[in-house]
Design a protein around this ligand. Structure first.
Ligand code: NAI
Ligand code: MG
Length: 360
């Protein structure tokens, strides 16, 4: 009996609507080639149009609607001309991450053949690390407020929230991941010299966790020098674990060092599998290029490979990544403009899908 997986598809805004169809094309090709079934159900919420019609980003029963799926395949949300970014993000994606307890945000960074790094002297294989970002608490909290608004005493507070449960579970995930990788190195991001209450706690928990993983070579870097070293010596990193804010920044900086944010994938994982996990490219809705059919679909397609991996379709996941690598390396004619070519979203997506099929 072949497996069936039920997937909720949410294209969202802007180039999300252009890259998601290419992601689906490649997922269908992988399912056909590897003998399993994917049932896709597409939803039109979590976008500016839905907000204009309903005054909300999501229907009130979104948990019931999405909660039973095996995974969520997401494009990008945000159209600042219509809805402010903090409203669109907090009203949709952040609700999924928290409501479905997707406490790990996983972002692999690899410099692939056929992609030029903006960093001099770095070639394929030189950069290969994973950023593990805490995804449910930390600096992205709704605890705080404004008082004495509009007066000289105007005061704004926003609290960082660290819980032992929240910190330990993301650290544990990162250490487990490092233990499975050949180099078994882990770096945690901190800033305990400046943020002198929250970050020493984070260091304390990381140090305690490191003792339980003697095979993993663990060390810490302060976020400022860590950012600099991503640019100067990215090859030294293997698994990098960080809280919500530092992790957000590192997981854009990392992919940028590996060429273009257009190829970067991400997974928002609920490791307990109580709820569906969500797979999306790192990039946003890119209003500056939306509607022109030139967005790079690789970030979306690679996110699809991460989804297949999570669903247990390991061979199919590897085949999708291999197809991406071969097309980026051997088909400059379909490279999109961010890769220096004149290809389109569709031509690059179709080339990767054909490669997935051919490879079988
Ligand atoms: P962005 O990632 O949408 O765009 C940044 C730059 O990268 C732009 O110049 C864009 O053209 C380029 N770019 C992004 N993806 C690309 C691709 N696939 N191919 C080629 N070029 C690509 O980030 P920005 O401009 O800060 O945000 C735009 C909107 O997206 C905002 O509304 C923001 O809130 C939202 N956003 C949503 C995210 C999500 O849904 N997870 C993540 C980041 C931003
Ligand atoms: Mg970000």
């Amino acid at each position: 009996m072949s497996q069936r997986h039920r997937i909720a598809v949410i294209p969202g805004d802007g180039i999300g609507r252009e890259v998601v169809p290419e992601g689906l094309r490649c997922l269908r090709a992988a399912a056909d080639a590897h003998g399993f079934a994917l049932d896709f159900v597409e939803y039109g919420f979590a976008c500016a149009g839905y907000w204009q019609r309903h005054g909300e980003m999501l229907p009130s029963d979104w948990r019931d609607v999405l909660g039973g799926f095996d995974a969520i395949f997401f494009g990008a949300v945000g159209w600042p001309e219509v809805v402010p970014d903090h409203v669109s993000l907090w009203g949709s994606l952040l609700r999924f991450r928290r409501g479905f307890d997707q406490y790990v945000n996983l972002r692999p960074v690899r410099l692939l053949r056929g992609v030029r790094s903006p960093l001099r002297d770095h070639g394929p294989g030189d950069i290969d690390f994973v950023v593990v970002r805490e995804n449910t608490e930390g600096e992205y909290s709704s605890i705080g407020g404004r008082i004495f608004e509009g007066t000289d005493r105007e005061t704004v507070l926003q609290e960082t929230v660290l819980t032992r449960t929240g910190v330990d579970r993301v650290l544990r995930y990162a250490f487990e991941l490092a233990a499975t990788r050949p180099r078994k190195r882990l770096t945690w991001a901190t800033k305990s010299n400046g943020i002198a209450i929250a970050m020493p706690y984070w260091d304390e928990r990381a140090t305690a966790m490191a003792e339980r993983y003697p095979d993993v070579v663990a060390s810490k870097d302060h976020i400022d020098i860590l950012a600099a070293k991503f640019v100067l010596r990215p090859g030294q990193y293997d698994v990098v674990v960080a809280g919500n804010l530092f992790g957000d920044i590192l997981s854009d900086l990392g992919p940028a060092c590996a060429g273009t944010i257009g190829i970067a994938p991400s997974a928002n994982i609920n490791p307990d599998r109580t709820w569906p996990s969500l797979f999306e490219p790192v990039h946003g809705s890119a209003p500056d290029i939306a509607g022109r059919g030139i967005a790079n679909p690789v970030g979306q397609i690679w996110s699809g490979a991460m989804m297949l991996e999570h669903l247990g379709e390991t061979a199919a996941a590897a085949a999708v990544v291999a197809a991406i690598e071969r097309v980026l390396a051997g088909r400059p004619d379909v490279h999109t403009p961010d890769l220096g070519g004149s290809g389109t979203t569709e031509s690059l997506g179709a080339a990767i899908a054909a490669e997935i099929t051919r490879e079988q």
